[in-house]
Design a protein. Structure first.
Length: 229
């Protein structure tokens, strides 16, 4: 078994103790399912700030959302990758909505259905005024693939702020995670809508969850400050 890593010191140094605590409080309350949208007309207007999670099928989106919120079964993974074709919205006691975007890169769904849900996601990305950032999940064992690059390009074109989050980092040695993170940070440097830092996580061990919560809390604070100006 490969050595599990426990702390990404580079990412941890990006946040103060106060920001880590703010992130903890943000996600400390109850979370529940709000709605599912399989068409443009069914997209909810939540009135709250939204952050979305995207990634290839089997990247671990459901596990990450559950770890982030401290819930075991808030987000449910499909037994067949690529079957989840809706945008799933979760709401908590804080002024924040989490959005689980359909996984991509798996051929289980027919081309017609894939095109349809792709249009819904595109419409959401372009039209949602509440969307503050998309967190693009990348499996640390595989790194950035061409299809991920295509999604990054789509986010740039839609002018949607986005940040890469590595998943399943506990399954790699620390040096391998660092190498993967550094390569991706270099790759996103020239992307206009990309946040330059990558957060390394493990839903199984909880690694990186305090930092991801702190990043989202900071995002909400910055958005609130900009709105009040």
């Amino acid at each position: 078994m490969k050595t599990a890593i426990t702390t990404d010191t580079s990412t941890a140094a990006d946040f103060s103790n106060a920001e880590i605590e703010a992130g903890r409080r943000l996600f400390a309350g109850e979370w529940s399912f709000l709605s599912a949208a399989g068409s443009v007309d069914s997209l909810p207007r939540t009135g709250e700030v939204e952050v979305a999670f995207a990634g290839r099928s089997n990247v671990g989106k459901s596990s990450l959302i559950n770890a982030l919120t401290g819930r075991k079964a808030l987000a449910r993974a499909s037994s067949t990758p690529g079957r989840t074709q809706q945008l799933i919205f979760f709401v908590g006691s804080s002024p924040l909505v989490l959005v689980d975007l359909p996984g991509y890169g798996y051929a289980a769904a027919g081309k017609t259905k894939a095109a349809a849900w792709g249009k819904v996601v595109e419409a959401y990305l372009r039209k949602s005024q509440a969307l503050a950032r998309v967190y693009l999940l990348i499996d640390a064992r595989h790194g950035l693939k061409r299809i991920d690059e295509a999604v990054l390009t789509a986010l740039d074109k839609a002018a949607v702020s986005h940040q890469v989050v590595l998943t399943k980092c506990d399954e790699l040695r620390e040096a391998d995670v660092t190498e993967c993170r550094d390569k991706i940070e270099l790759a996103v440097q020239k992307r206009p809508a990309a946040f330059p830092r990558v957060i390394s996580t493990s839903a199984r061990t909880g690694q990186g969850m305090p930092e991801l919560r702190a990043a989202i809390a900071r995002l909400l604070r910055e958005r609130s400050s900009a709105a009040s100006r």
